[in-house]
Design a protein around this ligand. Structure first.
Ligand SMILES: [Mg+2]
Length: 365
C-alpha cells in the first residue's frame, strides 16, 4: 500500500497575502530531502497555492502516522521560527494555531488530506490547491466530476463508473459525517452540497470496489481558533483514469468559474479562477480566489512527471470569464451577495462593528 499525505499551511507570505517567498519552499524541500534520505518517506512534492505552502508526501507508513505528523509539525515550526518571523513576513506562522504539537495534528491549524491504496499498473493523481476560499468551494466541482454525466461521460460509458460514487460529507459545524450515494441520492446530496456554509466533501469512493477516489482537507480554522484568522484554503487529491474519471473529465469541471466564498478578508463571494503555477498568487482585492493543479504519475511511490495542468490555453476563456465575473460582482461593494451573509461573517470583526451600534437602536414608534 502506498499512502499520499498532503499537508498545507500558511506560514507567512510577501507582499501581504501575495505568495510565500521562495526561501519557504526551498527550506521545505531541504527538510523533506532529509526525511527521504532517512527513508521515512519515498518521495515528496512542494508547491504553493497563493500564500499557502503545500507539501505532498508518498510513503508506506499508512494514514495518521504520528511520527510523520511530528516531522511535518517540526518542519513547519522551524520554517516559521527561522525564516517567517525574523523576515517579518505577513501572517508569519498564521496557520500554526497550536502552541505545541498535538496528537493527529488536530487543532494545530495544518490542513491534511490522506489516501492509501494499492498502486495500480498506472497511477495518475491530480493534486489541487486553492487559495482565498474554503473546503466547500469544491462541492460544486466534485458533484460535476463524480455525479454529473454532462461533465463526466464515463458515468454513462464505463461499466465500472456507472455504478456510481459514494460521497462522505462533513458537517463543519456539528463535526459529523454522512455517506450519500450517487446516482440514487443525488437530490439529497445536492441539498447538502449546495449549503456551502455548512457542508463539505471529505472523501469520495468508487462504489464498484470501495476504492478511494478523492480526499480533501477539511479544516475550519475559525472553529479551531474561535475567530477569523484567515480562510480555510482547501486542497485535495483525486485519482484519475482506469475506472475513475479521466484527467480531462476532472479538469473539465473547472471550465466555468463558479462563485465561491472567500476572497477579501474571507468574506466575499467571487469566481474561482484556475491558474498555472506562475500565477499562483493573489492580487486584485486579495484574489480572485484561485486554484492550481499539479498532475503526477506514481512509480512505486515515486512522484514523477509533476505537470502544471492549468498551464494551458484551453483554460484561457474560463480565466477571461472569471475576470468579467469579478468585475460584475465587485460592483456590489459591501452588499450581499458579494459580501457573505451575517451568519457566514460571525467569526469576523463585523460582529463587533454591529455590536458597537447597540446604543443607536431605539424602540420602533
Ligand atoms: Mg491562503
Amino acid at each position: 500500500m502506498i499512502t499520499l499525505s498532503l499537508f498545507k499551511a500558511d506560514l507567512g507570505s510577501a507582499v501581504g497575502h501575495h505568495k510565500p517567498p521562495k526561501e519557504i519552499l526551498s527550506m521545505a524541500k531541504e527538510g523533506l530531502e532529509k526525511l527521504r534520505k532517512r527513508k521515512k518517506i519515498i518521495d515528496f512534492l512542494v508547491f504553493n497555492a497563493g500564500d499557502d505552502l503545500q507539501v505532498l508526501l508518498s510513503h508506506k507508513k499508512g494514514k495518521r502516522n504520528e511520527s510523520l505528523y511530528k516531522e511535518i509539525w517540526n518542519l513547519f515550526l522551524y520554517i516559521t521560527k527561522e525564516f517567517s518571523i525574523p523576515s517579518k513576513l505577513y501572517g508569519a506562522g498564521q496557520d500554526l494555531i497550536a502552541k505545541k504539537y498535538t496528537k493527529g495534528l488536530e487543532g494545530t491549524g495544518i490542513g491534511i488530506a490522506e489516501m492509501s491504496f494499492k498502486e495500480r499498473k498506472t497511477e495518475p493523481v491530480l493534486v489541487f490547491g486553492a487559495d482565498k476560499t474554503e473546503p466547500s468551494a469544491f462541492n460544486i466541482f466534485l458533484y460535476k466530476i463524480f455525479a454529473d454525466p454532462f461533465n463526466t461521460p464515463g458515468l454513462v460509458i464505463s461499466l465500472i463508473m456507472r455504478r456510481g460514487f459514494e460521497f462522505i460529507v462533513v458537517d463543519l459545524e456539528k463535526h459529523k459525517k454522512a455517506s450519500l450515494k450517487a446516482p440514487e441520492e443525488i437530490y439529497e446530496l445536492l441539498s447538502l452540497l449546495g449549503s456551502t456554509s455548512q457542508y463539505a466533501v471529505r472523501e469520495v469512493y468508487r462504489r464498484a470496489d470501495k476504492e478511494i477516489a478523492m480526499v480533501g482537507t477539511i479544516t475550519k480554522l475559525s472553529g479551531v481558533a474561535g475567530k477569523y484568522i484567515g480562510k480555510d484554503d482547501p486542497s485535495m487529491l483525486i485519482r484519475v483514469g482506469k475506472g475513475f474519471p479521466s484527467v480531462g473529465e476532472v479538469l473539465e469541471a473547472f471550465s466555468f468559474p463558479y462563485l465561491v466564498n472567500g476572497w477579501m478578508r474571507g468574506s466575499h463571494y467571487g469566481p474561482l479562477i484556475p491558474v498555472s503555477l506562475k500565477d499562483s498568487r493573489v492580487s486584485r482585492f486579495d484574489g480572485p480566489p484561485r486554484i492550481v493543479c499539479i498532475g503526477v504519475q506514481l512509480k512505486n511511490g515515486e512522484i514523477t512527471y509533476p505537470t502544471d495542468m492549468f498551464e494551458d490555453v484551453a483554460f484561457d476563456r474560463v480565466r477571461e470569464k472569471a475576470l468579467e465575473y469579478a468585475d460584475l460582482i465587485r460592483r456590489q461593494g459591501p452588499f450581499q451577495p458579494h459580501r457573505g451573509t451575517l451568519e457566514e461573517m460571525r467569526y469576523t470583526s463585523l460582529k463587533e462593528v454591529i455590536n458597537s451600534l447597540k446604543k443607536k437602536w431605539k424602540k420602533l414608534d
